[in-house]
Design a binder for this molecule. Sequence first.
Ligand code: GLC
Length: 553
Amino acid sequence: MSDQVTRSDWDQWWRHAVIYQVYPRSFNDANGDGVGDIRGIIERLDYLKSLSIDAIWISPHYPSPQADTGYDVADYHDVNPEYGTLEDFDELVAGAHERGMRVLIDLVPNHSSDQHEWFQAALAAGHGSPERDRYMFRYSEGEPPNNWGAAFGGSAWSPVEPLSGKAEDRDWWYLHMFAPEQPDFNWENPEVHEFFRGYLRFWLDRGVDGFRVDVAHGLVKAEGLPDDNRGPDKWAADADAQIDHGPAWDQDGVHEIYREWREVLNEYGRDRILVAEAWVYDPSRLADYVREEEMSQAFNFEYLEAGWLPGRVREVIDSTMGANARVGAPVTWVLSNHDVVRHPSRFGFEPGYSTKSGIGFDDPQPDLELGMQRGKAMTLFTFGLPGSAYLYQGEELGLPEVTDLPDEARQDPTWLRTNHTVRGRDGARVPLPWRNDPKDTGFGQNPWLPQPQDWASYSAEVQENDPDSFLAFYRDMIRLRGSLGLGSGSLEWLEGASDEVLVARNGQTVLVINMSGEVAELAGVGSVLIAAGEVTESGGVVTVPANAAAWLG
Ligand code: GLC
């Protein structure tokens, strides 16, 4: 295989882009009903522009019963009426484009909502019908057809009879790798392919610049649906090892689908992109998703999970950059999203401590002061790496995970499906604070998830004119990243003060992060361009305290 495949005929904006994730339910609420909306995003386009981002990715905005906050899509061709209308959506795209920002939307192709007209038609039609063939219906007496577990807990199969009300459906089951309200499509059915090609054209015609593909590693299941030798309980003691592996995930057949979609996108332009949300941990298997005729980006979740472990961080950077270079794709860095504990809180635990189950009020709590320092340092180091980088709404305000949500407020299906044992992801999804008013930070009196007492102190209003704020730091960092050309640079490791001080050169800039417990001194690395922590410089020596990072040049 050649070292570097060029994609010179492409508009390469995505190779080094900074992309901001908008979680619409929690971003900004224009009408004060406690739920974010499209007009709320429009109102904040100038704010987004002030971060020097290249694009926004909007999590699902479609009509949905919200069994999984919009990842259960009831209509792929419309806007959730709680969020607005298609006209609002068009205005959002136009407004973003006017400001030089692109718009990616969330494509959910593994499953629909059980309220989607196709699933309702499938229930109404009997088994053996073409309607049922669009989903994964199977017959099995007494027991589910195999031992697969759903990602949110419980079996991945539910009985059909209670939904269809037909006695003939006894011993028929349908597959749902997530909640029962999210039946999996049958990607062996050509109608499903045709439906999603039509979906792509519908939104491309409205001007969107690309799609983040939900559970991109899940669409095709292993032939014959064999048992999963990891067993059905995805939240068993050894949960980390169990989710996203096995016969339902990362099957070779998924790649044909992405090649098919790439062809549709090409009709609109090479600058339109597909982004894989694929929890695939073998870097070379992940790189397959970003081969030239498939997707452009795939989130590097292995890096997100590397934690505060310098050896591991360096190893993942090397292995993922190496694997992607072989297919001519950059790496896509991300530290937070709506599915994981916000990274300043993750870094407030001992390295290696798993927060995958979420954090509840009675769980061990993070050391937030430490987590904030480490989170900020890791952000700066990460945004200095070549490739593209994503940020998740609110991280520019330094928001921590909300760890004291009342259990009765929780909405994540994981909490319900695990019989209230796994807290889940709500703590990362609490509505953003915009105004410095504890009674109403911008989501009215009743935000859909309750905000902590001190939320107003993190608000954009408080931070707006404070040069020492998190917001100012993010703005400076992203602007500087652009002017130094770091996203399109390259990486060369330099000798650090110790194995726990990572030092690397990206073009003319030196990146340093001190992950040791001691002060590090570096000579001959230039002066401080931007720092997270009290990094100082005197007589050609840069002093980097523990848990700090800097760009030097
Ligand atoms: C993806 C989404 C997550 C959702 C799941 C099922 O992992 O990011 O929020 O619950 O897919 O659609």
